[in-house]
Design a protein around this ligand. Structure first.
Ligand SMILES: Cc1cc2nc3c(=O)[nH]c(=O)nc-3n(C[C@H](O)[C@H](O)[C@H](O)COP(=O)(O)OP(=O)(O)OC[C@H]3O[C@@H](n4cnc5c(N)ncnc54)[C@H](O)[C@@H]3O)c2cc1C
Ligand SMILES: *[C@@H]1O[C@H](CO)[C@@H](O)[C@H](O)[C@H]1NC(C)=O
Ligand SMILES: *[C@@H]1O[C@H](CO)[C@@H](O)[C@H](O)[C@H]1NC(C)=O
Ligand SMILES: *[C@@H]1O[C@H](CO)[C@@H](O)[C@H](O)[C@H]1NC(C)=O
Ligand SMILES: *[C@@H]1O[C@H](CO)[C@@H](O)[C@H](O)[C@H]1NC(C)=O
Ligand SMILES: *[C@@H]1O[C@H](CO)[C@@H](O)[C@H](O)[C@H]1NC(C)=O
Ligand SMILES: CC(=O)N[C@H]1CO[C@H](CO)[C@@H](O)[C@@H]1O
Length: 542
């Protein structure tokens, strides 16, 4: 790269000329990129404006929530798809120079579309990292360097390619981008044994607000702490993670058994609340709950599906279940012994016998219009509470809940080891979803339904603060039109991060005082520049 300062004057001149000629943002951006970059890269080939025939397919490629692709959702001036780390550096520099707001996208799974829609600022551009997806596994060191645009499924595949007895404990859904996923925690079926993805990070490379690349040593332990769970796009642009591989056995066992209300589902689930968080750490039993019609019934009932991964063989699993959770009535024919990589595919919902190579497609199987929320539960919910919940689920078209057990290794980290604070004392996490397919026509109805459900759950879930998972981004949290954005931020900040929020704000103030990296729920710097966001806060598009 050329030294930015030595050419500043020329650039200013250059830009003022082109701006005076009212060139478009993308043209100015390309000019700026070429200016700051050491070689005359063909930047035009990496830029998609709405006029380009490929614009929509690139915009939609990894976007998960169709709610944020409707025609009324704001669209970027252009999408830039860098090919190298230094392209990312110049993109940060040039977005600042041109005053165009930058959104960064890795896997596009943000629940509120924050990586591809800006509801608060325009114009904006998308920096799409999908072409930066290298993975370098080092078996001698039991580690891997993984690039932000890679999916977690590709990471699992590249580890499996080198070893059948290593894995990595992160998300269940294999199309998640490691750039956005690990910045918010990253839980999966091995969390009770090894903790989160973010608990297993050794080093990182990040582009900071000045366009510099920092590794762990250069960024220091405060910033390195903040990026492992403090949420995406607040502190910089993550380029690479260095992750620690974990051992997995040759034989892993999986099962899914479903119980409906007619099969004692309420009692069994009531029991699960105490068993699942304290059972053997090798065993992860999540519960997927939804209304469904079952054999010989016309009206819908509630089904609870126990979907599990056990790091060991069937015999030991049956023994563990017999001793701890006989109520589920698990039998040997419910079990499938397999390899770790195949258990990953199983939990992700691929049909049996899907070859692991499917992970290299890095494609997602889950695209919907949806709204979601999360809660953490610290005391078992009584059966009467569960029954009220069933009534509400039966009123909605296509609701879904996923209950995820904690305990084990999750309790052994302190609440402040990384910004992710939901540790000892948490029995499980609830994710609530409402899904729909008919566009934005009835969106309000579904969103109202989930908000009411969330109110109903208040007495049963964590309090002071009511906790929420930052990777299940929820823009409802802390929405009080009356208060300043900093106070609003305190509200969602405490829910996502508890006492760690204050430390995140201090680090943000130090590393990005001008709030270059920002979105609707980014960590605000203190205090004056934090207010800048507030002025723009109520410029919503819905
Ligand atoms: C179908 C589905 C299944 C999921 N399953 C799980 C699961 O099993 N476990 C779990 O923990 N979570 C899960 N999640 C949540 C997921 O972890 C978050 O949505 C995560 O933020 C996705 O990362 P991404 O890169 O795919 O998303 P993106 O939308 O690209 O990014 C998410 C956020 O991070 C920012 N960001 C993106 N890339 C970078 C970067 N390189 N540097 C800095 N900031 C960046 C974005 O601007 C945005 O704010 C799931 C989500 C979906 C939609
Ligand atoms: C669309 O954008 C791509 C990438 O920048 C470029 O290669 C292509 O020529 C563009 N096509 C049109 C019709 O503008
Ligand atoms: C449904 O009805 C059929 C025929 O009456 C019966 O054989 C079957 O056992 C019933 N299934 C359940 C789940 O009750
Ligand atoms: C978790 O908290 C409980 C109750 O406060 C305590 O008894 C236990 O030792 C804690 N576990 C760990 C691993 O810190
Ligand atoms: C908003 O602020 C005004 C003035 O401080 C106060 O009277 C009102 O009750 C507040 N409303 C809400 C919803 O907090
Ligand atoms: C925010 O909303 C208030 C009240 O609706 C309005 O007066 C104000 O102009 C809005 N600010 C912006 C920046 O849109
Ligand atoms: C189930 C439901 O509420 N459907 C509504 C969806 O929106 C259309 C058009 O607004 C209505 O006609 C349906 O009743």
């Amino acid at each position: 790269m050329l030294s930015p300062s030595s050419h500043l004057a020329i650039l200013v001149l250059l830009l003022s000329v082109s701006l005076a000629a009212s060139a478009s943002y993308d043209a100015n951006f390309v000019q700026c990129l070429s200016f700051y970059s050491d070689k005359a890269a063909p930047f035009y080939a990496l830029i998609y404006t709405p006029k380009n025939v490929s614009f929509s397919s690139i915009l939609e490629s990894s976007a998960q929530n169709l709610r944020y692709l409707v025609p009324s959702a704001p669209k970027p001036e252009f999408i830039f798809t860098p090919l190298t780390d230094s392209h990312v550096q110049v993109a940060v520099t040039c977005s600042k120079k041109l005053g165009i707001h930058l959104r960064v996208r890795s896997g596009g799974h943000d629940y509120e579309g924050l990586s591809y829609v800006s509801g608060v600022e325009s114009p904006f551009m998308i920096l799409d990292l999908s072409k930066l997806r290298a993975i370098d596994v080092d078996m001698k060191d039991n580690s891997a360097w993984i690039q932000a645009g890679a999916t977690i499924g590709e990471v699992y595949y590249r580890i499996y390619e080198k070893s059948s007895v290593h894995g990595f404990p992160a998300g269940l859904c294999t199309s998640l981008g490691v750039g956005g996923h690990i910045t918010g925690g990253a839980y999966g079926s091995m969390m009770r044994k090894y903790g989160l993805g973010a608990d297993n990070v050794l080093d990182a490379k990040l582009v900071d607000a000045n366009g510099q690349i920092l590794d762990r040593e250069a960024m220091g332990e405060d910033l390195f702490w903040a990026i492992r769970g403090g949420g995406g796009a607040s502190f910089g642009i993550l380029l690479w993670w260095k992750i620690k591989l974990v051992p997995v056995p040759e034989t892993v066992t999986v099962f899914t058994v479903t119980r409906s209300l007619e099969q004692d589902a309420t009692k069994i689930l009531h029991r699960w609340q105490e068993v699942a968080p304290s059972i053997d750490e090798d065993l992860f039993i999540r519960v997927i709950i939804q209304p469904a019609t079952v054999a010989n019934k016309t009206e819908r009932t509630i089904t609870t599906s126990y979907n599990a991964q056990f790091l060991g063989g069937a015999d030991r699993l049956l023994q563990v279940m017999k001793e701890n959770f006989p109520e589920l009535g698990l039998t040997r024919k419910d079990l499938l012994e397999t390899s770790w990589i195949k258990s990953v595919l199983y939990i992700a919902g691929y049909p049996n016998d899907t070859p692991p190579e499917v992970l290299l497609q890095g494609k997602s199987t889950f695209k919907n219009y949806f709204k979601a929320k999360s809660d953490f539960v610290r005391e078992p919910i009584p059966e009467t509470g569960l029954e009220g919940l069933w009534q509400r689920l039966l009123e909605e078209d296509s609701p879904l809940m996923i209950w995820n057990p904690y305990g084990g290794m999750m309790s052994k980290f302190s609440e402040s080891d990384i910004p992710f604070p939901h540790r000892n004392g948490t029995l499980y996490k609830i994710q609530y979803l409402s899904l729909w397919q008919d566009g934005d026509k009835n969106a309000t109805k579904h969103i109202d339904w989930i908000r009411k459900l969330y109110n109903y759950m208040t007495p049963y879930v964590s309090k002071f603060p009511r906790e929420a998972y930052v990777n299940y981004r929820d823009l409802d949290l802390g929405m009080n039109k009356n208060s300043t954005s900093y106070i609003q931020a305190t509200s969602w900040g405490n829910m996502y991060f508890k006492d760690n929020f204050n430390r995140l704000v201090k680090i943000k103030t130090k590393v990005d005082p001008d709030n270059v990296f920002r979105h609707e729920q980014s960590i605000p710097p203190l205090p004056v520049s934090g207010m800048k966001l507030q002025d723009k806060k109520n410029k919503t598009w819905e």
